[in-house]
Design a protein around this ligand. Structure first.
Ligand code: FMN
Length: 143
């Protein structure tokens, strides 16, 4: 059974809960999910992953969290050509500009965004969003 890495940053747990639900979907789809906080993962270790998922809330002013996630994504960009990547994250008040920018950035580096766009939710994920993430996990397992 091959593993799918889900790497996330979460300050207050909203994006963490999204990551965990995505992981459940991956396992339901028949693959092992490796759900990790960004602090414990080196971008280089994902070099060979054909499929992976990344999560981060909107921080700063519509940007990725800047201490850990932003440098991680910046380093990962050199490896993403041809990869299938699912994106997700929570936000508090904006218009999801951070997610649109993140999608575009990875597409420009040659990645395919699984599902066409990142999954976003206002603050804590509701049941509908959790269902979407579960289904996305199953889709990742088959990608
Ligand atoms: C320092 C800081 C900056 C934030 N900036 C934004 C922002 O620009 N746009 C937005 O929609 N939400 C913003 N938020 C709200 C978070 O995205 C929101 O609280 C989210 O649910 C946090 O997810 P987490 O629980 O995974 O950390 C910000 C929150 C903090 C603490």
């Amino acid at each position: 059974m091959s593993k799918i890495n889900v790497v996330y940053w979460s300050g207050t747990g909203n994006t963490k809960a999204m990551a965990e639900k995505l992981g459940e979907g991956i396992e339901a789809g028949g693959k092992e999910a490796n759900v990790s906080e960004v602090y414990s993962v080196k971008a280089e270790s994902l070099k060979e992953d054909a499929v992976l998922a990344l999560g981060c809330p909107s921080m700063g002013a519509e940007v990725l969290e800047e201490e850990a996630m932003e440098p991680f994504v910046a380093e990962l960009e050199q490896y993403v050509q041809g990869k299938k990547i699912a994106l997700f994250g929570s936000y508090g008040w904006g218009n999801c500009e951070w997610m649109r920018d993140w999608e575009q950035r990875l597409k420009d580096s040659g990645a395919e965004i699984v599902g066409g766009e990142g999954v976003t939710c206002l603050n804590e994920a509701d049941e509908d969003t959790l269902d979407v993430l579960f289904e996305l996990g199953k889709k990742l397992a088959k990608a």
